[in-house]
Design a protein around this ligand. Structure first.
Ligand code: SF4
Length: 339
């Protein structure tokens, strides 16, 4: 049974200018102990999707449709998106069942509380540890994620730690209640390359030791190649291709995925110049019903790609693509299209 099953998730932002369809019908699943990646340029809806799963979307954004079935530690199933915002169930899911590692811990930690206090709060909320034991457990957690002098660091404030140490502290906080899924949103973007590698190794090791599943949100294809079993490529709020990581690098099919892969250096591939994806992701307000990549696609077919939205279609076992080059199936014109 999958740890997480997301079906037809739609998160829209209701602005004066119109409705921004940040996430527009995303379905994905994360298996037990599986590492799944979500990739795409900035503005493709990756982070909005991750926030929706933890119900962190704030006004004017709203999850307007979909379900996200979570298999809890005790084996019971719950639809996270159906829970009331103030439900105790939802509070217990955040941190206890699913945790998130954010890209810039400086803005995620409170600047006026010590690191140790903030990690301890997670334990106080989700465990029945006596207050006297919490400090000891926090020091153990800080040592486990490689924070040197954890007893001294316990009483330090976020600004007193380096970027790498802050990210380790964030991982300690995320793992404090032993969640079964960790969502890592660009976990190493703010770090230099050496520290990036250390943090990724640490996450991988902890994931293995605690039997966790992981969902990496990233635009870094190096992270995908190294860390991830299966990938979802997102463009304009939708999944445009999904397949195993090996297959993605060996045989990318969607023109957007092909462009993404050609735009970064790859071992064993000699090129004069790296490819660029012309243009930028359009703002998803009032767009015509057509392939979202039409304006930027080198293979676009006038009269086909600009007349309907291609459906996500299986082209080989475990490999789905949303493109008219691989099938003529279209998405239905439904109430969501009409918005
Ligand atoms: Fe390109 Fe057409 Fe495929 Fe869209 S459907 S990615 S425009 S070929």
């Amino acid at each position: 049974m999958n740890r997480l099953d997301v079906r037809d998730l739609r998160t829209y932002f209701f602005l004066d200018e119109g409705i921004v369809k940040a996430v527009d019908g995303v379905s994905l699943h994360v298996g037990d102990q599986e590492t799944v990646g979500v990739i795409g340029e900035s503005g493709c809806g990756k982070t909005a999707m991750a926030h929706s799963l933890l119900r962190l979307t704030t006004q004017p954004g709203e999850v307007v449709h979909g379900n996200a079935m979570l298999t809890r530690k005790d084996g019971s199933r719950v639809d996270i998106l159906a829970l009331p915002p103030d439900s105790p169930d939802l509070l217990s899911i955040r941190g206890n069942e699913i945790s998130m590692v954010f890209q810039e811990p400086m803005t995620s930690f409170s600047p006026v509380h010590t690191i140790g206090f903030q990690i301890g709060e997670m334990l106080a909320t989700h465990t029945d540890l006596a207050p006297a034991r919490i400090r000891e457990r926090v020091v153990e957690l800080m040592a486990r994620v490689g924070i040197s002098n954890p007893r001294q660091r316990f009483d330090e404030y976020p600004h007193q730690l380096s970027g790498g140490m802050r990210q380790r502290a964030m991982i300690a906080m995320a793992l404090a209640a032993k969640p079964k899924i960790i969502i890592a949103d660009e976990p190493t973007t703010a770090l230099d390359v050496t520290v990036q590698a250390q943090i990724l190794d640490l996450l991988k090791q902890l994931q293995r030791e605690d039997d966790m599943s992981a969902l990496y949100i990233t635009h870094n294809l190096g992270i995908v190649a190294e860390e991830v079993d299966r990938v979802y490529v997102m463009y304009l709020g939708r999944v445009v291709e999904t397949v195993s990581t090996d297959r993605l690098f060996a045989r990318p099919l969607h023109p957007y995925t092909q462009k993404l892969l050609r735009s970064v250096p790859q071992p064993g591939r000699r090129v004069e110049r790296l490819d660029v994806i012309e243009g930028s992701v359009p703002v998803p307000i009032g767009l015509p019903v057509q392939c979202g990549f039409y304006a930027r696609c080198p293979a676009a077919m006038k009269g086909t790609c600009d007349t309907a939205l291609p459906a996500l279609t299986e082209v080989e076992p475990g490999h789905q693509v949303r493109c008219f080059l691989y099938g003529q199936e279209t998405e239905p014109n439904d109430e969501w299209t009409a918005l």
